[in-house]
Design a protein around this ligand. Sequence first.
Ligand SMILES: Cc1cc2nc3c(=O)[nH]c(=O)nc-3n(C[C@H](O)[C@H](O)[C@H](O)COP(=O)(O)OP(=O)(O)OC[C@H]3O[C@@H](n4cnc5c(N)ncnc54)[C@H](O)[C@@H]3O)c2cc1C
Length: 418
Amino acid sequence: MHVLIVGAGLGGLSLAQTLRKQGISFEIFERDTDADARFQGWAIALYSIVDALVDSYPADLPDLRASVDHLAPLKLPAQITLWPPGREERVGFQDSPDQPLIRAERSRLRRWLSTNIPIQWGKRVTRIDNSDDGVSVQFEDGGSAHGDILIGADGINSIVRQHLLNRPSSDLLQVVPLATVIGQLDLSGEALKRQLALGHSGYMCIRPDLGFVTFTGLHYVAADGESARFYWNLMQFDGDIASEDHWLRAATGEQKLAHVLQTTRGLPAKQREIFELTAPGQIKHETHVWRDVQLDAESLPPGRVVLMGDAAHAMMPFRGEGGYHTLVDSLVLGKALGALAAGDRFEDVAAVRQAVAEYNAVMLRRAGQAVRDSRNLNMNAQRFGPDGLPLDPAKVPPIVPLPDVEIVLGVGARLGGA
Ligand SMILES: Cc1cc2nc3c(=O)[nH]c(=O)nc-3n(C[C@H](O)[C@H](O)[C@H](O)COP(=O)(O)OP(=O)(O)OC[C@H]3O[C@@H](n4cnc5c(N)ncnc54)[C@H](O)[C@@H]3O)c2cc1C
């Protein structure tokens, strides 16, 4: 069996590792010319899936935590604080021996997932043909490839989805009515310590009473442990955000920052500091319009072309789950492909249809719910495990009081005491 994977993002690479482990032949095509061609995003939380990922991949990958931890070289546990109105004490999620939580820097995670994967760069798929016997793709550069199964791991604007449903992305992507302003800045010294003390990996101020939600996140700590890059998002309900003449489209960094400072003035001073430390030039210029995708299983024809990840279920990052569900897809799909490879069952198109229909139904039920929960910022929503089934409540990372520890900067810093 030969599998073609379109897209070397988190999903495509994770699936490639599961195929490599099972000795299944594959090729993986990426439109970007190299790993650094495009910003890969900030950080992503991995929990309750860590053991399953490592077990499903070959043994030649380096240690996951050491390779991707965004707090390294600081010796602080990953931790996200949640601040609803009126709460003074810190509560949230924290890494612990019983409930491992790794906050992965995105480009490090992608590099780790790329270990010994022969990515074919600069291969933008422009056309797909499939029949009961096989699939072929054509690339912008004139080349082509042929296989038995094609995986669309090509993200929110998936060309594979467009082929499968015969509908353009513009028909399927739903605008999320949120206006977002994004800032990025480097901090060091006491200002860095103060941000880490609010939440080692990040903190969310959920303020329906003030009309906004903010997420401030650590992107990564510099190699010397003395400085770090942060990002923040301020999000407000706005049904007009997709309009071409929305004020944010023409606004300068100064105007956006003034809006953020005015909007967040009701926050406690320490939660406001990150905005006050930001310079106008550190505000992202582009206006971000969030879109999500919900497909139903009936509309997705089962066969030799299969969707996974954002191609099937792009979602808002509120609950930090889009990449998580993408990785779950890769584990579930990797097993389904393993079963089709066994005894050459993939040659029987009826067997392929049945396996893919089962995968689609379970994947879309699970991830479709996550799309809705992310849009609605449902913090109590069902979580799912690496097998794609509802997670045993004992394994759901609990919201706990977060202890304050002394923050020590630098390389080789010890974990401070309370
Ligand atoms: C701002 C932001 C913050 C987020 N934060 C989190 C978080 O904290 N936690 C979390 O779990 N998730 C988060 N997500 C969601 C997460 O990033 C996505 O769910 C995840 O990246 C999806 O992986 P994917 O492999 O399906 O798609 P992608 O990562 O988008 O990868 C798709 C790949 O396909 C390639 N490609 C596209 N078209 C073609 C083509 N025609 N030919 C060849 N290659 C092609 C692309 O270049 C890309 O490399 C966030 C998303 C955003 C936008």
